[in-house]
Design a protein around this ligand. Sequence first.
Ligand SMILES: [Fe+2]
Length: 299
Amino acid sequence: MAQFDEAGLTAEVIRSFQSTPNPRLKTLVTELVKSLHDYVQRTNLTFEEWNYAIEFLTRTGQTCTPVRQEFILLSDVLGVSMLVDAVNHREREGATETTVLGPFYVGEHKPLPHGSDISLGDPGEPMFVTARVTDLAGKPLKNVRVDVWHADDDGFYDSQKESYATQGPSMRARFTPDDDGRFYFRTILPCSYPIPMDGPVGDLIRASDRHPMRPAHVHFLVEAPGYDPLITHVFIDGDKYLRSDVVFGVKDELIAKVERRTEPKLPDGTPVDRPWHLMSYEFHLKPGEGVAPKPMAAE
Ligand SMILES: [Fe+2]
């Protein structure tokens, strides 16, 4: 039986993958082995730490449910999600900036007509969202799928609440832009929120003395045949966490001035009896063939 020293072991493990038929898989596994071995050596990892890491990853998996994705959250707080986003979007050519998908792209995104109130009457300050989807030359794109989702006035997504099982989705919907590439809907102003802190990722954030907050935002996933899917957020200007997002997801271009308005009617004519907010944004899609992720299916 062969016996290896530290350096020889790494080389032998890499050699054991030499016959991997898929060249990309071979590269990914080889580089993973190199990085993991290097990590163990540079840190002089103890048995206790190694066992903790195994237990931590086990708990991360066990915390996942059909509507909770702790591994995406772990990737997000380690900055891996934004790094994958960065290396895959080096050439934007004027397309709207991208950011993390996040762990709350779940369940049903029900197609709704323009002007629908996606908050389903939940308490909060009214917000009217109007947006347009175009290509890089400004040509409007119709027949596009736009999924939107955001947190409520207390910072929770529908899927985090017990009522989700009986009431279904809220602050989560799908729109199809009109001939001019426009879509609009009513909702409430989302607020900044802490990532879920009751699982292993929360333990990591607490142990590191980091704050758990994300600045207020609305998620958009825009998908059109012949274009790269756009996975992004629109952040609300003025939020105190814009410069310290726990998942590193903020880009300046994605911060929108959300205007406070007092007119008695929303832009679509709906009467409103209190001050409201107007979010406007234009999304520019780049030609491509990328495949957008599908939402995790709720049970
Ligand atoms: Fe979010």
